[in-house]
Ligand binder design. Structure first.
Ligand SMILES: *[C@@H]1O[C@H](CO)[C@@H](O)[C@H](O)[C@H]1NC(C)=O
Ligand SMILES: *[C@@H]1O[C@H](CO)[C@@H](O)[C@H](O)[C@H]1NC(C)=O
Ligand SMILES: *[C@@H]1O[C@H](CO)[C@@H](O)[C@H](O)[C@H]1NC(C)=O
Ligand SMILES: *[C@@H]1O[C@H](CO)[C@@H](O)[C@H](O)[C@H]1NC(C)=O
Ligand SMILES: *[C@@H]1O[C@H](CO)[C@@H](O)[C@H](O)[C@H]1NC(C)=O
Ligand SMILES: *[C@@H]1O[C@H](CO)[C@@H](O)[C@H](O)[C@H]1NC(C)=O
Ligand SMILES: *[C@@H]1O[C@H](CO)[C@@H](O)[C@H](O)[C@H]1NC(C)=O
Ligand SMILES: *[C@@H]1O[C@H](CO)[C@@H](O)[C@H](O)[C@H]1NC(C)=O
Length: 786
């Protein structure tokens, strides 16, 4: 079943059905899916596998909105967001992670027998809680708190496994002495101590197996073998897996001390001795404690050892001579909880070594788990400090009774494909201790309403027209039905996959281009809010509104063109993607005829686009105007002269060839924006004024003022005579003036002469020119002597 989409859709009623369950996957697949991962989830289990998402299982959810509301949405949107109240609360599927402690005993030390208060003896509790159940959603983490404390007087089982090949013979003697010492020493650590001994040689003799007492060591046989590596792995394996025979207690710290002076044989080495059967990891000890399969089974592998060590919570201690130390140091990295110490060449330090390793083992705790697959556990602890929790699963330096807090963060990265794996039982355990916290994890990978027998699951539901099951609000049709409500009968619908015929592109799952509903194999395109807009086509791929718009109208309005399947089909006379262009040049030619756009522009879409040239820019409907162009006055002058005044230099023929006929007016003035006024002086020195320009209709008009402005005619002879007369008159006047002046002057001189003559009365008897004969002179410098 598929869902197709459209966020605007309003579904029609088809055969009385509300076509409601429809949601815009594709729409959401794009941009909004990035911000809201929920809306692209199309069924309940997909939805709840996405963190923070919740599913609405109400069958008629969103019917009012035409079923375009996503059923899967952010949980808060259902509660106080835009979808609040849209979905009944009981129909919201939003399971929460759920934690429950089933067994949560307090940390305690072991009690044996029945104490004074009458409580029965019980094992020590070192980890708390002990059993929990957890329901967890995918990609949501749960932080589980747990505590670990090493119990006081916790039982210790120590099993000493000795290499009894010839090279260790001296050690054997030593060790038998040390047995008691070891038991004594361990007893000081814990009151609950058991010691066992075993020995091995390489695949010849079975290991000798025994629980306490220590002095039996002396009875153990020593065998010599030829090659250096020893068959210790066989012995380790038997010592671990033969729990009953060895006598390991259920609740005890198990220490398996393995002492040798040689390296080891492991899986595959048996082939040298013709033993090809692999080790089966089972206990094969006979009644005498001898290994029965020494010659029939190969040595175990390192990983087999490791696995058994893990299963049985054994702490393996390699006590090896200095020469072998580096080999076992490597080995101990591959065995959980193993450690390694150097044994002196006569094994004299074994007591110290065991005590040292025991202290090392018990003073640290390491948490491990056997969760698999998609379950991931991360540990956090502040160990002994009070600081913040840091990511670690190991704490050192512990003392008996110290409580260490751990937080185990449990996360699910995905749902296993097999639903059987949706429930996982795993344990979290401190390495080397047979105690664990069992987690019963249930992965919330599907919704109850998708499983029969639960609320929300209806077989052959009426809501699905009896053609399918209603699961979490959506119909899952049977084989013979299809459609969102199983309303299509496969027999009557288009043959085969009826939805295929709703897909325009068979490589995608988008039906009806997201603009319609696939109803029984036929696309029903959505109606639009505006009834003049319609979606058509087999796949709703066409419409008559998504064409280019011009002036707010598709295809520039119905008289220019019509919109067919997203493309404008223009009416004759129009062109362009939006039919806004006139498909003719008529409108570019001035009404009186002439060049297109006056020769000063191009006709584009029926309109002139004017050039820029000669330093001016043309404008106007026909590019006739050019306010900045040089004046055309001199060009028009001759034609005006000849046409209006029949003068000038043009001949009659040339005059008739003039491109315009001037209009004579009384007074010229600039009337139209393009008008330009000119004037010139004709041969009579008369000023002629005219105006040229384009009128409202774009017609070139030249208007000339009828009357020229001529200068008045002058009497040149009169002026000349007048000038001559004036010159003569002025000269005459000057002569007269001069004459008058001289006369006056003469008269004045004569009068003075007369006067002087009268005044000068000399003696008429006396000769005026007579002079006496004597003359007297006086010396002016002579003084006094006279
Ligand atoms: C939910 O959808 C996914 C993918 O669309 C599909 O694999 C799964 O089977 C569906 N689950 C149910 C319960 O229908
Ligand atoms: C761990 O202890 C339980 C009892 O608490 C016991 O049933 C189980 O066998 C022990 N596991 C091993 C590996 O000994
Ligand atoms: C044992 O080790 C000591 C030194 O620790 C050394 O003197 C002695 O020779 C060694 N014995 C053998 C048999 O290797
Ligand atoms: C461990 O957790 C308990 C409560 O769970 C708290 O009381 C105690 O202080 C914690 N200890 C440390 C060392 O953080
Ligand atoms: C983890 O170990 C326990 C006990 O051995 C076992 O019951 C459980 O099935 C194991 N879990 C896994 C996931 O292997
Ligand atoms: C899609 O359909 C065409 C013909 O309709 C067919 O040739 C082609 O193989 C189909 N492709 C797919 C992926 O189904
Ligand atoms: C779209 O088609 C409808 C019906 O044919 C018509 O009424 C409407 O005018 C058309 N709209 C446009 C923009 O062509
Ligand atoms: C008239 O003008 C045209 C071009 O303007 C010219 O070719 C023609 O010779 C002219 N005719 C006379 C008579 O001047």
């Amino acid at each position: 079943m598929r869902f197709s989409l459209g966020s605007w859709c309003i579904f029609p009623l088809v055969a009385g059905l509300v076509l409601a369950i429809n949601y815009a996957a594709a729409q959401q697949r794009g941009s909004s899916a990035d911000s809201n991962p929920c809306v692209s989830k199309l069924n309940c289990s997909e939805c709840i596998r996405t963190p923070t998402c919740a599913w609405c299982a109400q069958h008629d959810f969103g019917a009012a909105e035409g079923g375009r509301l996503p059923r899967c949405n952010q949980q808060n949107k259902y509660i106080d967001g835009p979808l609040a109240g849209q979905c009944r609360l009981e129909d919201i599927v939003n399971p929460d992670s759920e934690f429950r402690a089933i067994l949560d005993l307090a940390l305690s030390k072991a009690k044996s027998g029945i104490d004074l208060e009458g409580t029965e003896g019980r094992d020590a509790v070192q980890i708390k809680p002990q059993r929990v159940s957890l329901k967890l959603r995918i990609n949501e983490a749960y932080d589980m708190h747990m505590q670990y404390a090493q119990a006081e007087d916790y039982p210790v089982d120590l099993y000493y496994l000795m290499d009894l090949s010839k090279s260790m013979e001296d050690d054997k003697d030593k060790l038998s002495e040390l047995g008691n010492l070891l038991a004594e020493r361990m007893q000081s650590i814990t009151s609950n101590f058991r010691l066992g001994f075993g020995s091995f040689v390489d695949k010849v003799v079975m290991p000798y197996v025994s629980t306490v007492p220590a002095n039996q060591v002396r009875k153990a046989a020593v065998s010599g073998n030829l090659d250096a590596p020893e068959g210790g792995f066989d012995a380790i394996m038997q010592a671990i897996v033969c729990k009953e025979r060895i006598g390991w207690r259920d609740r005890a710290r198990r220490l398996l001390v393995f002492s040798t002076d040689a390296s080891f044989h492991y899986a595959g080495d048996g082939k040298l001795g013709g033993i090809v059967k692999p080790n089966d990891g089972l206990c094969h000890l006979n009644n005498d404690g001898g290994y029965t399969h020494s010659t029939t089974q190969d040595y175990p592998s390192v990983s087999q050892i490791n696995q058994k060590v893990k299963e049985s919570s054994v702490n393996l201690i390699f006590a090896v001579t200095k020469e072998q130390y580096h080999i076992y140091e490597q080995l101990n990295k591959h065995v959980e909880g193993a450690s390694c110490g150097v044994l002196s060449n006569d094994s004299s330090n074994v007591v110290e070594l065991v005590q040292e390793q025991y202290n090392k083992i018990t003073s640290s705790v390491e948490m491990k788990d056997n969760a698999t697959g998609a379950v991931k556990v991360t540990y956090f602890s502040n160990c002994l400090g009070n600081g913040p929790m840091v990511q670690t699963n190991k704490c050192d330096g512990l003392k008996v009774g110290t409580v260490v807090n751990f937080t185990a963060r449990i996360e699910l990265s995905g749902c296993p494909i097999d639903p059987k794996e949706w429930r996982q039982l795993f344990q979290i355990y401190p390495v080397g201790i047979n105690e664990s916290l069992v987690v019963d994890l249930q992965m919330l990978c599907d919704c109850d309403c998708e499983r029969p027998g639960n609320l929300g699951y209806i077989s052959n539901a009426d809501q699905c027209n009896g053609g399918g099951d209603l699961k979490c609000g959506i119909c899952h049709c049977d084989d013979s039905h299809s459609g969102r409500f199983c309303e299509c009968d496969s027999n009557t619908a288009v043959l085969g996959d009826h939805e295929a015929s709703c897909r325009s592109d068979n490589t995608s799952d988008i039906l009806c281009n997201d603009r319609g509903t696939c109803v029984c194999g036929v696309c029903e395109c959505q109606p639009r809010p505006n009834p003049t807009e319609i979606i058509t086509g087999q796949f709703c791929e066409c419409d008559n509104f998504s064409c280019d718009y011009y002036n707010g109208l598709p295809c520039a309005g119905s008289d220019h063109g019509t919109c067919e399947c997203g493309k404008c089909v223009c009416k004759p006379g129009w062109k362009g993607s939006d039919c806004s262009c006139r498909d003719s040049i008529d409108t570019c030619i001035p009404p009186r005829g002439g060049e297109i756009c006056s020769g000063k522009g191009d006709c584009v879409c029926g309109e002139c686009q004017c050039f820029e040239e000669d330093g001016g820019r043309y404008s106007g409907k026909y590019c006739e105007e050019c306010p900045t162009c040089p004046s055309k006055c001199p060009e028009y002058t001759p034609c005006i002269q000849c046409q209006v005044f029949e003068s000038g230099k043009l001949t009659k023929e040339e005059c008739a060839n003039c491109s315009f006929t001037p209009v004579e007016v009384d007074v010229v003035k600039e009337e139209f924006p393009s008008d330009r006024q000119c004037w010139f002086y004709d041969d009579d020195d008369c000023r002629v004024t005219f105006v040229y320009g384009y009128d409202d209709e774009g017609e070139f008009v030249v208007r000339v003022q009828k009357t020229k402005e001529c200068p008045p005619v002058l009497n040149i002879l009169g002026i000349i005579l007048g000038v001559i007369g004036a010159v003569v008159a002025i000269g005459f006047a000057l002569l007269l003036l001069w004459k008058l002046f001289t006369v006056i002057h003469d008269r004045r001189e004569f009068a003075r002469f007369e006067k002087e003559r009268q005044m000068a009365k000399w003696d008429t008897g006396e000769n005026p020119i007579y002079k006496q004969a004597t003359s007297t002179f006086k010396n002016p410098t002579y003084g006094g002597k006279q």
